[in-house]
Ligand binder design. Structure first.
Ligand SMILES: C[S@@+](CC[C@H](N)C(=O)[O-])C[C@H]1O[C@@H](n2cnc3c(N)ncnc32)[C@H](O)[C@@H]1O
Length: 194
């Protein structure tokens, strides 16, 4: 990430601290910890939520994903423009993660293999989190999963919400060298008994 990205991110944070969720973009090590599981997804495309300045986008591409197999959703107008210019071969869409199933539908995509989210879930009301997760799991085909990082000590999706959505999460990575240290969680559908 160049200094320009950091300055732009800070400017967006000043305008909307809760929506952007962090003063600085995700660090490189965290971005790679988020990207690695996506590289193992059983199918493409991969959907990234809250692309921001593109640190995680870049890491996903560095893991070898074809840019045409990546869809990035970003709500902020300026960050969306920045992502479009930086990743011309990636489908970058301006929109709300609570409607991501509509976004992929409009692109003619039936299912995605993984959703990688940098959204500031902890600063969102529970109902918004639920809508975002519900919509993401509507995008995910069988075996698909949702990856999310958090600066908090617990799952950013409360147990009760996981149960009601029929999903379960577990921490898969801890990135101590990020500022602040972050945990990466992976959420999957609870298998239904045969
Ligand atoms: C913590 S920042 C992303 C950090 C990003 N990985 C980076 O390194 O720049 C969260 C991003 O989510 C976006 N965002 C927040 N709520 C959103 C929503 N409902 N739909 C789509 N994007 C959203 C913000 O505009 C912001 O760019």
């Amino acid at each position: 990430m160049g200094n320009g990205s950091g300055a732009m991110f800070f400017a967006r944070w000043l305008r909307d601290p809760r929506g952007v969720g962090s003063v600085i973009p995700s660090g490189r090590e965290l971005a790679h910890a988020m990207a690695r599981p996506a590289a193992d997804a059983y199918r493409t495309p991969i959907l990234e939520l809250g692309g921001g300045t593109g640190t995680v986008t870049e890491a996903i591409l560095e893991c070898g994903l074809d840019p045409h197999d990546l869809i990035v959703l970003e709500r902020d107008l300026q960050l969306h423009r920045h992502l479009e210019a930086k990743f011309p071969s990636v489908r970058v869409v301006r929109g709300d993660a609570a409607r991501s199933h509509r976004v992929i539908e409009a692109l003619g995509v039936a299912q995605v293999g993984a959703v990688v989210s940098s959204l500031p879930l902890l600063s969102m009301p529970l109902l918004t989190r639920r809508r975002i997760l519900g919509s993401a799991f509507r995008c995910l085909g069988p075996g698909g999963f949702f990856v999310q990082f958090t600066y908090g000590p617990n799952s950013p999706i409360p147990e009760r919400m996981q149960k009601s959505l029929g999903i379960q999460g577990r921490p898969i990575d801890r990135v101590w060298r990020n500022v602040p240290p972050a945990t990466v969680w992976k959420y999957e559908r609870v298998p239904t008994p045969a």
